[in-house]
Design a protein around this ligand. Sequence first.
Ligand code: KDG
Ligand code: MG
Length: 402
Amino acid sequence: MKIIHAEVIVTCPGRNFVTLKVVTDQGVYGIGDATLNGRELAVASYLKDHVCPVLIGRDPRNIEDTWQYLYKGAYWRRGPVTMSAIAAVDMALWDIKGKMAGMPLYQLLGGASRERVMVYGHATGRDLPEALDKYAEHIDQGFQAIRIQCGVPGMQSVYGVTKGGGAYEPATKGWPQEESWSSEKYLDFIPRLFEAVRDRFGFETHLLHDVHHRLTPIEAARLGKALEPYRLFWMEDPTPAENQEAFRLIRQHTVTPIAVGEIFNSIWDCKQLIEEQLIDYIRTTVTHAGGITHMRRIADFASMYQVRTGAHGPSDLSPVCMGAALHFDLWVPNFGVQEYMGYPQAALDVFPHAWEFRQGSMHPGDAPGLGVDIDEKLAARYPYEPAYLPVARLEDGTLWNW
Ligand code: KDG
Ligand code: MG
């Protein structure tokens, strides 16, 4: 069996997505997601110019060997662009293997470890009453786990909160938007938000919050400690994770669980945080962390330290990644939760899928392979549109972590 064709499809049905399609000499094809928000064309070029040519003639059944070939063979290891490109190939090859076997991917991984996958949704409000209303809406939709983000009094814009109040989409067309940030205002307000949530809704639902890398270690420690009475499921990305020792300081002060990893792309990024048990949930994704093959390695390593998975699942990873993630989640023994932000209808139409959401949980479906396809004709109707993530500045203009 041989790969005879590989092509990259860039489409913008509401937002940009990069998809790799790998075609075999037996007529079976597989697809993979390679979307890297705000840097899409870099991965598209990496695939088109450097990876697709060397795939031709390879046996698509040798997934592990292809992974090693692309990782070690590039010489330049790791990094979000390389690892997203490898991930797309890996996903496409698992898709092909599943289709050849006539089995959904989760069966190839070892079968289902649970009936369905618990997902968390985003309740975001411009102010406290709106955030609480959104939380109530999520409860009505059956969510058992909800992330809450809220506008902070005195701050113009806050991560996770849209100006118009609709579904959150961080990337905007044109130049990067500039947002302003005050850790002081945020730290004063956030405990009040959580007190209000627990007062009104009790402790039945898992409660999550994303700090989005914005605090210093000691500030993060203070926040974790202040939030302890509200028993969070997790506090996400409390401080940037390049300096992993910083998490020791946070850990010394608080038992609020910590989730990190959405911007990690290899097991080496996770190593210290996991082996020193500085985090509780690892948030790497199939697309940004080298595909199913590498995610499996990260999850197995994490399981040795009782660290559970909590994969990133924003709308800027395509429905193809969502499918791969759900197969992975259904199998992975140390599963924690899966993020699910949802998609614009146009994106759902471009990517017909077997996965489904019902009452706060999801299932990948039982179609062979990933169970997600791409409607290429429809995709062609949505050409690429340049868009960037915002940048954040402190109130005095200093560039900060967005
Ligand atoms: O592209 C950036 C987004 O994926 C990110 O801001 C979303 O932090 C995020 C989350 O937890 O979903
Ligand atoms: Mg996040």
